[in-house]
Design a protein around this ligand. Structure first.
Ligand SMILES: Cc1cc2nc3c(=O)[nH]c(=O)nc-3n(C[C@H](O)[C@H](O)[C@H](O)COP(=O)(O)OP(=O)(O)OC[C@H]3O[C@@H](n4cnc5c(N)ncnc54)[C@H](O)[C@@H]3O)c2cc1C
Length: 318
């Protein structure tokens, strides 16, 4: 696992860039919340000047939410950007009704929260309630794309704006950013980038795009649900880099007519009722309710290295 080097106050070796939450190596909600709060306590000691922000917070998972509340509590000039349209980060993507276990945490402004065992949905509702109650502003659908340092601090470029800030808090977790297809119609809510719960696709016509294990596993899991019609589209002529077990299961599902495989194909356009695929010279129209794109992602580690943050690779021990 690649772990960025952090000081006890969660600052990286690049002065003014902080990391909180799972990206720092600790995969627990409680830790993410605590680290978000503590990082902000340190950031509050070094505020921006002029029109600069004090801090730009990237990510609205548990770490980013806690940090954003702390920034509000300390009356910092801060902005929180989140690439997705939802609050909660990884928690939002847990399977439906998953029981989340978390020890008591102290949330800025709110105080101590004792949860124990709680469903994913109740936890997200609780967080959403806090955002509404405090009027916390989160810029959803805004992805941080570039950070460059300057004499005063940092220039952060997002998918929507350019910000000048004294400090940056990266609360971006470890999942990275899913790679998009870049085709017309992709912005519709029927296009998703990971499978959360196969059951929700019962009686639906689903297209899975991709040729890795996650694409095959998604297609197979959905095909097991009653009433589904599943097609998998992949640009190459074979599933060359997948586990043998997945390849065999897909062959069986195809032979049984449970999954339709369209190789050497790509998505041209997505409409509310269908999808246009291109296969070599031919165009194919599919009736479709859901598109699941499993085309890999842009992972955070190369980005950290690019901005000069020291990252150490730690190997697990048996
Ligand atoms: C299946 C599963 C079950 C789990 N169960 C538990 C449990 O029961 N108890 C527990 O304590 N922990 C559990 N965990 C771990 C816990 O979910 C994580 O440790 C926690 O969510 C980490 O929080 P975070 O804020 O650091 O990152 P995340 O929750 O991953 O949030 C990061 C956010 O940053 C956003 N982001 C990333 N890149 C950008 C960018 N460039 N621009 C803008 N936004 C960006 C992402 O979209 C995301 O919303 C579980 C994890 C998994 C996968």
């Amino acid at each position: 696992m690649d772990i960025p080097q952090l000081q006890p106050n969660f600052e990286t070796n690049v002065n003014g860039i902080y990391i909180a939450g799972e990206l720092g190596g600790m995969g627990l909600i409680r830790k993410a919340v605590e680290q978000g709060r503590q990082a902000l306590e340190s950031i509050a000691k070094s505020r921006g000047t002029g029109n600069q922000l004090d801090v730009l917070i990237v990510g609205a998972g548990p770490a980013g939410l806690s940090a954003s509340l702390a920034a509000m509590d300390k009356k910092l000039r801060s902005i929180t950007v989140e690439q997705e349209d939802s609050l909660g980060g990884t928690v939002y993507h847990y399977p439906r009704n998953k029981i989340v276990m978390t020890a008591p945490v102290t949330l800025p402004i709110i105080g101590q929260v004792k949860m124990g065992e709680i469903s994913k949905e109740s936890l997200l509702d609780f967080w959403q309630g806090i955002v509404s109650k405090t009027n916390l502003k989160i810029n959803f659908n805004e992805r941080m794309e570039k950070i460059s340092s300057n004499k005063q601090g940092f220039t952060v470029t997002t998918s929507k704006a350019v910000y000048e800030t004294k400090n940056v808090l990266l609360a971006i977790g470890r999942r990275g950013t899913p790679r998009k297809l870049g085709v017309p119609g992709e912005e519709q809510s029927k296009v998703v980038y990971r499978l959360v719960d196969p059951e929700q696709y019962r009686n639906q016509r689903v297209l899975v795009v991709g040729g890795g294990d996650s694409a095959l596993e998604a297609a197979l899991a959905i095909a097991d649900e009653p009433g589904t019609s599943v097609t998998i589209s992949y640009r190459s002529e074979a599933f060359g880099r997948v586990k043998q077990k997945n390849r065999e299961r897909l062959q069986q599902a195809e032979a049984a007519g449970r999954v339709k495989v369209v190789l050497k194909s790509g998505v041209k356009e997505i409409s509310p009722e269908g999808v246009t695929l291109v296969q070599e010279e031919d165009t194919m129209e599919l009736n479709n309710d859901i598109v699941i794109v499993c085309a890999g992602g842009i992972l955070p580690t190369p980005f950290l290295k690019e901005i000069g943050i020291l990252v150490e690779t730690k190997h697990g021990t048996v």
